[in-house]
Design a protein around this ligand. Structure first.
Ligand SMILES: C[S@@+](CC[C@H](N)C(=O)[O-])C[C@H]1O[C@@H](n2cnc3c(N)ncnc32)[C@H](O)[C@@H]1O
Length: 263
């Protein structure tokens, strides 16, 4: 099985990720943790990135709980460990397709905006189910149709138009049938699917977009734009987001599925 995993960042990107991307990841991580984690749980966060959901899970599980955050990208895991102060979290670099854990040991297994980047989401889900105990809650968030997340949609079009990023590289959303199909192909029951639409307040786009781009796999391509091109790229996004611009920045809806099962 190839582990040519999508959505990889390098060098300074994890710090930018932690500072910028958390703005729109946090409300979805909160919903995922609320739905899946209980006090005292032993929790696994798969594709944890810089640990946004992992830290929330640690708070919800409390001192009696134990949390593990894993990601294939060692730089993300290292930053997660650096910015986390909670004692009940262990961090480990690991592929979601080959989790280094025994069968049936976790009470809750979560994956926040990671599944869609695995070379095989169904293998990732089968692994998440394998390490879950019977009766555990397994949950994942996946962006729904990008048109329902105008900021991500504008970014998608901007990267295509200004940075020559092809559609394949930006497969970061899904439809509900596909998400259900991943669970069924993993040999699991049909998941319960909640559609979450949450409005996020972003700072002025001239500040936020260049900072956010540094946190993505396309950082080098955005960085190599001239000043004029980069200003035009931000203007391109601002025009697409004109309905949501506010005096302080932009209040934009983001839409995600929250798929969950009890194993
Ligand atoms: C969009 S980020 C989400 C990170 C984090 N869950 C959050 O909410 O901020 C996607 C993450 O998936 C990770 N990833 C991609 N493929 C993976 C794989 N095969 N195994 C484990 N992690 C993977 C990436 O390294 C990245 O950290």
């Amino acid at each position: 099985m190839s582990d040519d995993s999508g959505w990889q960042v390098a060098q300074a990107a994890p710090r930018h990720y932690q500072n910028q991307v958390s703005r729109f990841m946090e409300p979805f991580a909160t919903a995922l943790v609320d739905a899946c984690v209980s006090n005292g749980d032993i929790v696994l966060d798969v594709a944890c990135g810089t640990g946004i959901a992992t830290r929330m899970a640690a708070d919800k599980a409390g001192t009696a709980g134990r949390i593990v955050g894993t990601d294939i990208n060692g730089a993300m895991v290292d930053l997660a460990a650096e910015v986390s102060y909670r004692g009940n979290i262990e961090w480990r670099q690991a592929s979601a397709l080959d989790l280094p854990y025994a069968n049936g040991i976790f009470d809750s297994v979560i994956c926040q905006q990671g599944l869609q980047f695995f070379p095989s989401p169904e293998v990732g889900l089968a692994e998440m189910a394998r390490v879950s105990r019977s009766g555990a809650t397994l949950g994942a968030t996946v962006w729904s149709d990008l048109e329902d997340s105008p900021y991500l949609d504008a970014m998608h079009h901007m990267l295509g138009a200004y940075c020559d990023v092809d559609q394949q590289e930006m497969a970061w959303s899904s439809d509900s049938e596909q998400v259900v199909g991943w669970f069924l192909d993993a040999g699991l029951n049909e998941p319960m699917i909640d559609s979450l639409v949450l409005t996020v307040s972003l700072p002025p786009l001239e500040d936020f977009v260049p900072a956010h781009m540094k946190a993505t796999p396309w950082a080098d391509r955005f960085d190599s734009l001239s000043q004029t091109e980069s200003a035009n790229a931000v203007r391109f996004m601002s025009e697409r987001l004109s309905d949501w611009i506010t005096p302080a920045g932009a209040d934009v809806p983001f839409s995600s599925y929250l798929a969950s099962i009890v194993t």
